[in-house]
Design a protein around this ligand. Structure first.
Ligand code: AKG
Ligand code: FE2
Length: 333
C-alpha cells in the first residue's frame, strides 16, 4: 500500500509534468517568489580540529549568536563512515514500496517510515517522505524501526552514532564555555547521558515544479542541537536579515543548527534559526539530520547563572514534553 507517499506521487508527476494542487504553496512561500537572488552571505565554517580552544570557542560563539547555524570541518568523523550512512539510507528508500511500508510509523510514535498525510493550516502538503528512528542511547532504541535491508544498515548507523557523540560532546563543551560556564553545564542541563539522538532521513524525490513547492516548510528545530549531513543536491535555505538564502555547501562538512532548547537555556544568546528546504527538478535530495533532544520529562529553562534583575528570563521553564506538545500543535508556549 502506498498511502500517498511522495515518492509514488513524484513518479506520476514527472510523467505528466505537473504536481497535484495540494503541493503548490501560497505565493508568499513559493521558493521562486521568495528566494533572494542577490549576493548570498556565507554560513560560517568552524574548524573543530583547531588545537586552540579559545579560538574554537570564539568561532562557535560567533556563529551561534549571529547565525544559529554553522558548518563544521575537521569534525573527526571519517568520510567513509558518512558515505556508508548515506549509502544505506539511499538504498532503503530505493526498496520496493511494500518493503518500506513494513517500517511505517504508527499513531502516537514519531519513529518509523512516513509522510505528512494530514494537511497543514493552508491545506498544503510537503514534497518529502522520511524515516525516523532513535540512534542513542540504547534505552531508547527500537530496532523494529531500523531497516533490515540493506543488511549493512545497522552497522552503518551504529558507527555514525559513535563518532557523532564525540562531536556533540565537544560542541556542547564549547557552547558552555562560551557562556562563561563550566564545560559540562549544557550537556547536563540537556539530560547528560540521557540526551536522545533521533535520526531522520528526509527523502525529497525529483519534482517537475520545484519553483512552487517546498520540501520541509519553514521552522526552527525543536531540539537542543541538530547535526545534519546532506547529499550533494542543494536545497537547504535559511532565513537571515528578513530574506531566504540558499545555504552554502561544503562536501563532507556537518551542518549544525542551534535548536530551540539551547536558545532557551542560553536565554536567547544563542539563536535557533528559521530554515526550510527546497527540492530539485531532476535529482533526489536526501538529508540526514540527527536531533539531539532532552528526555521528555526534563525541565528546560534559562540557566539561573545567566539571568538576574537586569536580565530577566525571556522564556518559561517547562518540561520538554510540554514545549514539544505546544510546538507541534502550534499553541503559544
Ligand atoms: O533537508 C534539509 O536540509 C533540512 C531538513 C530540516 O530542516 C529538518 O528536517 O528539520
Ligand atoms: Fe530543521
Amino acid at each position: 500500500m502506498e498511502k500517498g507517499r511522495v515518492q509514488a506521487i513524484a513518479a506520476h508527476a514527472i510523467a505528466t509534468d505537473t504536481i497535484p494542487e495540494e503541493f503548490i504553496r501560497a505565493e508568499d512561500e513559493q521558493p521562486a517568489a521568495t528566494t533572494y537572488n542577490g549576493p548570498v552571505p556565507e554560513i560560517p565554517t568552524v574548524d573543530l580540529g583547531d588545537p586552540n580552544i579559545d579560538n574554537l570557542v570564539q568561532s562557535i560563539v560567533n556563529a551561534s549568536v549571529n547565525w544559529g547555524i554553522f558548518l563544521v570541518v575537521n569534525h573527526g568523523i571519517p568520510v567513509e563512515v558518512i558515505q556508508k550512512l548515506q549509502r544505506v539510507g539511499k538504498e532503503f528508500f530505493e526498496l520496493p514500496q511494500e518493503e518500506k511500508e513494513a517500517y511505517a510509523s504508527v499513531p502516537g510514535s514519531i519513529e518509523g517510515y512516513g509522510t505528512k498525510l494530514q494537511k497543514e493550516n493552508q491545506g498544503k502538503r510537503a514534497w518529502v517522505d522520511f524515516l525516523f528512528h532513535n540512534i542513542w542511547p540504547p534505552t531508547v532504541i527500537n530496532y523494529q524501526f531500523w531497516p533490515k535491508n540493506p543488511p549493512a544498515y545497522r552497522e552503518a548507523n551504529e558507527e555514525y552514532a559513535k563518532y557523532l557523540r564525540e562531536v556533540v560532546d565537544k560542541l556542547m563543551r564549547c557552547l558552555s564555555l562560551g557562556l562563561g560556564l563550566k564545560d559540562n553545564v549544557i550537556r547536563e542541563a540537556m539530560g547528560g547521558d540521557d540526551l536522545e539522538y533521533l535520526l531522520k532521513i528526509n527523502y525529497y524525490p525529483p519534482c517537475p515544479r520545484p519553483d512552487l513547492t517546498l520540501g520541509v516548510v519553514a521552522h526552527t528545530d525543536l531540539s537542543a542541537l541538530t547535526i545534519l549531513v546532506p547529499n550533494e543536491v542543494p536545497g537547504l535555505q535559511i532565513f537571515k536579515d528578513d530574506r531566504w538564502f540558499d545555504a552554502n555547501y561544503i562536501p563532507n562538512a556537518l551542518i549544525i543548527h542551534i535548536g530551540d532548547q539551547i536558545e532557551i537555556l542560553s536565554n536567547g544568546k544563542y539563536k535557533s534559526l528559521l530554515h526550510r528546504s527546497t527540492v530539485d527538478k531532476e535529482r533526489t535530495r536526501i538529508s540526514w539530520p540527527v536531533f539531539c533532544t532532552p528526555p521528555r520529562e526534563m525541565v528546560i529553562g534559562p540557566l539561573p547563572h545567566l539571568t538576574n534583575e537586569e536580565n530577566p528570563p525571556k522564556y518559561k521553564s517547562k518540561k520538554f514534553k510540554d514545549y514539544e506538545y505546544c510546538k507541534l500543535n502550534k499553541l503559544p508556549q
